[in-house]
Design a binder for this molecule. Structure first.
Ligand SMILES: [Zn+2]
Ligand SMILES: [Zn+2]
Length: 386
């Protein structure tokens, strides 16, 4: 079948609305009609090239040179199952689903251990071939297309492995399901599961956009007494109060005396780093915001051009501080999506308030500019007819 999709052809190139060709779903695959796609900062990292390892980094780490373009963007989304291939058991045509950019297999040692965010199937996230049988379904002319996170939600339809979709309750609105599929789980999990926030903690969240706002919510739900939102954008600092921030600061420097004051000099129990782009200079400042024995969680993406991190290692040792990386907040899509959506239905998590603006697919470049300029907490694309 043919449908419209937003495709990026290379770093620094605008998104193009193209007519793509999708093959029918094969064994273990589904065809989804997209209802809503969320626009996450990770989509913009393709345009800026921040997620592409430099030649220097490739030489040092052995990461192969990426061959990612052309790519269908988008890794947050929700829609309706239109068709299923042979052997699909978890969804049927007509089911509403959230997408997950981690196609958790359920069988590898990490999935079985409750760490499906690092599922072995993650190795296929940036591959043109389907994780199911290693052949391609998405085409543009005679080229096979990549799909971001094996999803490509910036398209009217998507052919996905069954492992990339999670059935949701019929009463859940699509925009809520879409938000939970990446940004909400990532932020919430960063403050709860990965940071390990305890009742009475003081938590600092640096960068309060579509991910960080949910770190604020998670920290409050875990019982933090003070939650400090740090963001240079005034509108985001103001909005942070809706999501549980008790204090706000425009920068990590500005937050330092504030945190010292509210903790009587002890400093924060947890610091969560969720900026759109994480520049390495933030790391030593974040570690200084942390009390001894505290935990700093790195969730935002650092450009590969900033490979070296200035870090006072003695301070880490002598003050027993931890610096931890978090993918998907350390949550498992198959548990976090239904959990957070049920909390939303119960009024315990705010999702509607995250959506700043709705766009049509054709407005993708405008939506990306708004994201880059800090105008949105979350922009979403609405697809017609679902
Ligand atoms: Zn994302
Ligand atoms: Zn797995």
């Amino acid at each position: 079948m043919k449908c419209r999709a937003a495709v990026i052809r290379g770093v620094g190139q605008d998104w193009e609305i193209s007519e793509i060709e999708l093959d029918p779903p094969r064994a273990g695959e589904v065809l989804v009609r997209m209802a809503v796609a969320g626009i996450c900062h990770s989509d913009d990292h393709l345009y800026t090239g921040d997620v592409l390892p430099t030649a220097e980094v490739r030489a040092a780490t052995g990461i192969p040179e990426p061959d990612w373009f052309p790519m269908i963007g988008g890794h947050e989304g929700a829609g309706v199952i239109e068709e299923v291939g042979p052997g699909v058991t978890t969804v049927r045509p007509g089911d509403r689903v959230a997408m997950s950019f981690i196609p958790a297999c359920g069988d590898c040692r990490f999935c079985v251990n409750g760490q499906s965010y690092i599922c072995d199937a993650g190795a296929s996230l940036f591959s043109r071939e389907m994780p199911t049988d290693g052949t391609c379904r998405r085409h543009l002319g005679d080229e096979n297309l990549m799909a971001y996170g094996q999803l490509g939600t910036f398209a009217e339809y998507a052919v996905l492995t069954e492992r990339s979709v999670i059935k949701i309750d019929d009463a859940v609105p699509f925009h809520a399901a879409s938000l939970v599929s990446c940004g909400v789980s990532t932020g919430w999990g960063s403050a709860t599961v990965t940071a390990g926030t305890q009742p009475g903690d003081t938590v600092v969240v640096i960068g309060t956009g579509g991910v960080g706002m949910n770190a604020l919510q998670g920290a409050r739900a875990a019982g933090a007494k003070y939650v400090v939102a740090v963001d240079p954008v005034e509108y985001k600092r103001d909005s942070a109060k809706i999501f549980g921030a008790t204090h706000a600061a425009a920068s990590a420097e500005e937050a330092t005396p504030l945190v010292s004051d509210i903790t009587a000099g002890v400093m924060a129990d947890r610091v969560v780093l969720t900026p759109g782009v994480l520049h390495v200079e933030l790391i030593p400042m974040a570690m200084r915001l942390l009390r001894k024995g505290g935990t700093c969680v790195v969730t935002g993406i650092t450009p590969y051009t900033e490979a070296m991190v200035p870090l006072v290692l003695q301070e880490m040792v002598l003050s027993a501080k931890q610096l931890k990386g978090a993918l998907y907040g350390g949550m498992n899509p198959r548990t976090s999506v239904p959990l957070l959506l049920s909390m939303y239905q119960a009024g315990a998590v705010k999702l509607d308030e995250l959506v700043t603006r709705h766009y049509q697919l054709d407005e993708i470049n405008e939506a990306m500019t708004d994201l880059r300029e800090g105008r949105n907490i979350r922009g979403v694309i609405d697809f017609a007819g679902v």
